[in-house]
Design a protein around this ligand. Structure first.
Ligand code: UFG
Length: 336
């Protein structure tokens, strides 16, 4: 492989994937407009601040760096924001991605990995979800990503491209050395919010509903370590490079096991040694009770295996990052 263009490489999952690619000596070029990403998270010298819809810039990067594969992360990804502002999500995610893929394909790039989401399934049933489950998103975020998957499929019927979309379940954790991690502004994800409570940056962690039909009444999710996610992208790229037909284009990434909100809080208390103040609130709109991935095809076809996705490693690595950088990348000074 000559070079890989990673859009959104300054974001949470993007930056960990860039770090993994660099570690295996791949030449990586990042394009990120930094509206939500962080420059400090980018572990390659080849960085362009710009938009995926900037056709001239995208062409220039592909030519200059002889790009032969792209991993496309750049997107808006806050479900509640998408409900309030659907047009923003259709424009930023769907429209811009279609335009970006068109440019990339016209420049002769043939290998595409696309960052998709479990949100395409909507309110799925109480069992591990396989990739052939019906696509029924219940929010504009999921809808905006489902449309891009469809677009890639249609493009591949008329262009000689090879593509894989990875549907993430709940990304969590941080790099093992604690140098990069999760930093969303504003933060809406469970584990960072719990850790901010431990650090005293929040008074209390809200539990959105304890009357779900689950073992302790709180929602169950399939938490997947960001390093295992990053590795799946590398395996997807490798399979695109092989001279063999792809077995399928879309893969779930999850562990096949779920943890409840209360279980996450208890494990965090155990790891940090701090009691966490919690309060039960109303259910959050659009939260399915259980979301667990059936990832058997990712394991069977691409040889993927989760290595860091046990809850202990997820929370320990996230805690290491939050303890060292309580203010995230904005004031990235390591606390001793
Ligand atoms: N939760 C709380 N309190 C909080 C925050 C979250 O109880 O303060 C609960 C939620 O209700 C949910 C669980 O913790 O049951 C996980 O919530 P997150 O916000 O961390 O993650 P989601 O499952 O809502 O979202 C994830 C991804 C999205 C993706 C979605 C697919 O982050 O990008 O899965 O359903 F769209």
């Amino acid at each position: 492989m000559k070079s890989v263009l990673v859009t959104g490489g300054a974001g949470y999952i993007g930056s960990h994937t860039v770090q993994a690619l660099v570690a295996q000596n791949t030449n990586v070029v990042v394009l990120d407009n930094l509206t939500t990403g962080n420059r400090e998270a980018v572990m390659t010298p080849h960085f362009y601040q710009g938009d995926i819809a900037d056709e001239r810039l995208v062409r220039e990067i592909i030519r200059k760096h002889q790009i032969d594969a792209v991993i496309h992360f750049a997107a808006k990804s806050i479900v509640s924001e998408s409900i309030q502002n659907p047009e923003l999500y259709f424009y930023e995610n769907t429209e811009k991605s279609c335009h970006f893929f068109e440019t990339v394909v016209n420049e002769g790039v043939k290998q595409i990995v696309f960052s998709s989401t479990a949100a395409v399934y909507g309110t799925a049933q109480d069992k591990p979800i396989p990739e052939n489950e019906e696509i029924k998103p219940i929010n504009p975020y999921g809808e905006s990503k489902a449309k891009i998957e469809k677009y890639l499929h249609l493009m591949s019927t008329v262009h000689p491209i090879r593509w894989i979309a990875l549907r993430y379940f709940n990304a969590a954790g941080a790099s093992l050395d604690g140098t990069i991690g999760e930093d969303h502004q504003p933060e809406s994800h469970l584990i960072p919010l719990i850790l901010q409570t431990v650090l005293g940056k929040r008074e209390v962690i809200s539990i959105f509903g304890d009357d779900y039909p689950t073992m302790d009444g709180t929602c169950i999710r399939d938490y997947i370590h960001v390093l295992d996610l990053a590795h799946a992208h590398i395996l997807a790229l490798q399979s695109l490079q092989k001279d063999q037909p792809l077995k399928q284009n879309i893969y779930n990434i999850g562990t096949g096991f779920g943890h409840s909100v209360k279980e996450i809080i208890q494990t965090t208390e155990h790891i940090t040694g701090k009691k966490i103040k919690q309060k039960i609130e109303q259910r959050r709109i659009g939260d399915p009770p259980v979301l667990i991935a059936d990832s058997r095809y990712l394991q069977e076809h691409l040889g993927w295996k989760p290595r860091f996705s046990d809850l202990k490693t997820i929370i320990e690595t996230a805690w290491k990052w939050f303890e060292a950088y309580p203010n995230g990348y904005k004031q990235k000074t390591r606390v001793q």
